[in-house]
Design a protein around this ligand. Structure first.
Ligand code: PBG
Length: 320
């Protein structure tokens, strides 16, 4: 009764990796319990999430074909577009959030289009901001057309929220929300994800557009820009090393929901240590997730979502 913070399955968004060109679900070695699934596996996934009371999924696609323009990202029959339609046909009430980025679709693994010709003043391989914005807008509209409820631009490209918002509105999708990865640090904790989504940059890194872990004032500034451009949610990523940033955003932008992404490396650490018998998985995970919520997150994106729902369900049954 006097507990200040409690977790509920409805606090969570579960990330799903849907892959083209695989015959059956494939485990992600660095993320025990996480799989790349096929379109054919989706009904079963969806039924399980609904049964567990998890209201939402975050979709990532692994296309069969990658090219320098990331063409599959906005294809009518792209893997994510088909996955959205499949999920919505099975469970119309399950909220579908889609990752809007190019890194899983480009053969170079960067989050946008790169300069290929030696334009004056632009080094080769430089990320082209405006050309990328146009593609991000097309991706968002293609997801909305397929039935997505929320699009989550994760590229950290300047102006992406505004562009996506206006492209959605122009296409008649005013009801589709934008969940910007507003505060995304250049973090070492994304390592396992890059194995899961096969989106590691082939050269260079993302330091030019992701934030320096040392900066908090910059986080406020990034969030302010996204709020001005019309984001409906503010996301902080990763979560665990940035609880102060979550708390600060909650204090400054109390009117918007704050989303924390409990990322792949945070998941893998607990999995690895518990597999060695060094910590207890359930109590460590629940402690971490409770801490993220206590810091000010309203919504948590976590690979632990299904486990949490099972653990909480068991606790509730034990109390009865
Ligand atoms: C980019 C994206 C990344 C993650 C989510 N969206 C990778 C990156 O920014 O390099 C990481 C999520 C995780 O580590 O769990 N599309």
């Amino acid at each position: 009764m006097i507990r200040e913070t409690s977790l509920d399955p409805s606090d969570f968004i579960y990330p799903l990796f849907v892959a083209e060109g695989i015959e059956e679900r494939r485990p992600v070695p660095s993320m025990p319990g996480v799989f790349q699934v096929t379109l054919g596996d989706l009904n079963e996934e969806v039924d399980e999430l609904v049964r567990l009371g998890i209201p939402s999924v975050l979709l990532f696609g692994i296309p069969g074909h990658k090219d320098s323009l990331g063409s599959e990202s906005h294809a009518e029959n792209g893997i994510v577009q088909r996955a959205i339609r499949t999920i919505k046909a099975r469970a119309p009430g399950l909220e579908v959030v889609t990752d809007v980025c190019l890194c899983e679709y480009t053969d170079h693994g960067h989050c946008g289009l790169l300069n290929n010709d030696a334009r004056p003043g632009l080094p080769e391989g430089y990320l082209l901001n405006d050309a990328t914005l146009e593609v991000l807008g097309r991706i968002a509209v293609s997801h909305a057309r397929a039935g997505a409820d929320i699009v989550a631009p994760s590229a950290m490209i300047d102006g992406m929220v505004g562009r996506i918002r206006s492209d959605l509105d122009d296409a008649g999708y005013e009801m589709v929300s934008v969940m910007s990865y507003s505060v995304k640090y250049a973090s070492a904790f994304y390592g396992p994800f890059r194995e899961a989504a096969e989106g590691a940059p082939k050269f260079g890194d993302r330091k030019s557009h992701q934030m320096d872990p040392a900066n908090k004032r910059e986080a406020i500034r990034e969030a302010r820009l996204d709020v001005a451009e019309g984001t409906d949610f503010l996301m902080v990523k990763p979560a665990l090393a940035y609880l102060d940033v979550i708390a600060e955003l909650r204090a400054v932008y109390g009117e918007l929901p704050i989303v924390a992404y409990n990322v792949s490396g945070e998941y893998a650490m607990i999995k690895a240590a518990s597999a060695n018998g060094w910590i207890d998985e359930r109590s460590t995970a629940l402690e971490v997730l409770t801490g993220i919520k206590r810091a000010g997150a309203d919504i948590i994106i976590s690979y632990f979502a299904k486990d949490v729902a099972r653990w909480l369900g068991r606790e509730a049954r034990e109390r009865r």
